[in-house]
Design a protein around this ligand. Structure first.
Ligand code: C5P
Length: 282
């Protein structure tokens, strides 16, 4: 490849998230509905002698612990290609917020590395590597809306319909995913997942609310702002409301920012698979 490859790396929300119990391997068995949203980081890739990562946010670690660097290294171990990638990450997705920014960056890096070093490999063959990097990474190989079971990696695409307007409420604190799952204190897995639609709930809101009681207050404010649906995304701390129109979402965001000046707000929308394929997949 000559030149650079630039791709959008989208955030996600979990429209619903059910925790079915704790598995013997320590992970939790989930049943969730993911949707990509129009909030994205930008990743630029250039072939180089070794792999390096730079980031617009100086607070984000860019060493071997970063999922972007891990993604390239894992493929290098598997495929044994020489050289590496000079990568720049323009960070816009808040992290520690349940929006999947790091997982999305990792998936886009897998797709870009495959395009650059091994163009004939299928996207499906990247799935096991994606899961080794994190539970949410496989979803970002797909994008759009998808039901995720297991750790979230058993994915079934769901027709997304028209894009839906939404408001993100980003609290002034982060939540740690392992700590939220620990606080849930789930027992062993019960029952089998039904084929029916998922109920409108996120089982991690209760433990997140134990760690940060403001979560419940913010959810009430979103519902009072006429959101059709208001939920926490993933293990938090970000919450979202879904509205009937973009102008309702704008109006809600204005009212909410007066009520909660300590939070940040973003008006955005869901992103379907066609747009995802065009902007995030090389
Ligand atoms: O897979 P990922 O690295 O995103 O998971 C981070 C942590 O979140 C895990 O170490 C685990 O504590 C918790 N987790 C879980 N069950 C899942 C996903 C994550 O317990 N399905």
């Amino acid at each position: 490849m000559t030149g650079t490859l630039t791709l959008d790396s989208f955030a996600k929300i979990n429209r619903s998230l059910l925790v079915r119990g704790k598995r013997p391997d320590g992970f939790h068995e989930l049943d969730t509905l993911f949707s990509t949203i129009d909030l994205s980081d930008r990743l630029t890739f250039k072939k180089a002698g070794t792999t390096t990562l730079t980031c617009s946010d100086p607070a984000l670690p860019v060493g071997p612990e970063n999922l972007v660097v891990k993604a390239v290294r894992k493929l290098q171990e598997l495929w044994g290609f020489a050289g590496g990638l000079e990568i720049h990450l323009e960070k816009r997705i808040p992290w520690g917020a349940g929006l999947g920014g790091g997982s999305s960056n990792a998936a886009v890096t897998l797709l870009a590395s495959a395009r650059i070093f091994s163009p004939s490999v299928s996207r499906e063959s990247l799935h096991p590597v994606a899961l080794e990097l994190g539970s949410d990474v496989p979803f970002f190989l797909l994008g759009g809306s998808a039901r995720g079971q297991g750790r979230g990696e058993r994915l079934r695409p769901v027709a997304s319909g028209p894009d839906e307007p939404l408001v993100l409420l980003i609290p002034p604190f982060r939540l740690s995913t392992p700590e939220v799952f620990r606080t849930l204190g789930a027992g062993p897995i019960q029952g089998t997942p039904g084929p029916t639609d998922l109920p409108d709930q996120n089982d991690l809101e209760v433990p997140a609310g134990k760690l940060k009681p403001e979560i419940h207050r913010y959810l009430r404010s979103l519902l009072d702002s006429k959101a059709r649906q208001a939920r926490m995304s993933g293990s938090g701390s970000c919450l979202f409301g879904i509205y009937g129109s973009p102008s309702e979402a704008d109006e809600a965001a204005r009212g909410l920012s007066e009520l909660h000046p300590e939070c940040r707000f973003a008006v955005t929308r869901t992103v379907g698979r066609t747009e995802y394929e065009a902007r995030a997949v090389p």
